[in-house]
Design a protein around this ligand. Sequence first.
Ligand code: 5AD
Ligand code: SF4
Length: 521
Amino acid sequence: MSNNTKDSKDYSKYFDMSGAKVIREDEQGKIIRVNGRDIHIVSQPSYKDEKRRGKEEIQVHYETGIPDELKDLGRGKTYNITTYGCQMNEHDTEVIRGMLEAMGYTGTEDRNSADVILLNTCAIRENAEDKVFGELGHLKHLKLEKPSLILGVCGCMSQEESVVSRIMQKHAFVDLIFGTHNIHRLPHLLKDAYFSKEMVVEVWSKEGDIIENLPKKREGMKGWVNIMYGCDKFCTYCIVPYTRGKERSRRPQDVLAEIRDLARQGFQEITLLGQNVNAYGKDFEDLNYSFADLLADVHKIDIPRIRFTTSHPRDFDDPLIDVLAKRGNLVEHIHLPVQSGSTEVLKKMSRKYSREHYLELVRKIKQAIPDVVLTTDIIVGFPGETEAQFEETMSLVREVRYDSAYTFIYSPRAGTPAAEMEDNVPAEVKRARLARLNELLNEIGRERNEELRGRLVEVLVEGESKTNAEMLSGRTRTNKLVHFQGDVALTGQRVEVRITEPQTWVLKGELVHAPERANAG
Ligand code: 5AD
Ligand code: SF4
């Protein structure tokens, strides 16, 4: 590996478990001793296995609830969860909360008093991981003061072989590590962690089946609904196909039933979630049903707003554009990650589309939905990115005119092909490119917002503004933040606001029309 950015790391040291002594091995896994700490490894992640894409059919299991003997495990006890990363993780946290509360636990913000602390982690970039290791450093003191505390690490980092080895060696006070494929096993794993003195490690390298009917604790008026799990795209920089496994779509009837149920409960907005939602349904062997078909069915459900994330430009097809053009509850906002404006870099990223293909897709979308808001993700400083290639990204941004974007400096991830690519771009050049890109995006974002001056927009009111209690805060259909004066009782309703003062990050406006007592749904 040759990499001269500050992010480069010698991962090999994390794999060195030669000091580990195997104490016992049986059908429950093995117990090893590392630096004096016993660790019960039921199963451990492996990059090699995570790369594999088997042909086995995915089964759907309908969970019947928490087993009786575990229902009281949490009675009188509290839990605290910190969630890092994307909406998929946020949604997993809702499932974890749902299960913990079904076991009698109650949530607490106060870590000092919590009986269970979980970190639901993100592996997408190194700085996300650094935060978690920093946090573990703080939590060590809490664990030493209160040995009965159960401290668990879950989420994408747990799926990484290097991370699990590092925790076993250097953070031996952790009690429980589980991954993204076995969240439903949490009640059993917690029991094991309580009743044994060992650190319990159960991480599945292979994705599991789809588990339906797990309890979920949702809050507020917006709900996330998973439509598929995993990713088969294997973009060369990305860890997700390894941490989240192969693409598995939930059955349409399960997705639609969940959305209808949320509509009945009064939810105002649903975001359909998947790492690559456009691949929805491609894994069904007995059914010809695509993401466009799913949206056509969701379009008929009486819920005001439907969003989805994340799209891959390669699978974004014409039937999908046609269904989005029907509007209704399908909002005119598309998050369409481009990653780079250079066809050569896109090829090295294995994105499987060219600059021209992307721009043609944008043209078609804008033709079908003229007021569409496009947002994107961009990586700068991919290994070997030249100045000219970076300029192609800048020119693509000028051409598309995104309303906003998430921008990142490339971060090498152990186990991915790009981490092995030669990189001669100095870190300060990468930082300077990021700054230039962000400046351009801000300028265009401001201009796009300026176009809304004097216009009426529909705002879903979320409550008092966090920065100014005099103002209400809400979101447009295109997910732009709006502040305006109004009665806090409007929270949860959709109102009409005239934009009077557009700024870069927020649109200020005045209330024009509020429904009488509508709770649209
Ligand atoms: N380095 C930097 N950014 C990354 N992303 C994914 N992997 C990496 C990486 N190794 C970005 C992509 C993706 C978003 C969720 O995170 O832009 O779309
Ligand atoms: Fe990662 Fe590419 Fe899959 Fe997105 S589509 S999750 S960037 S591999």
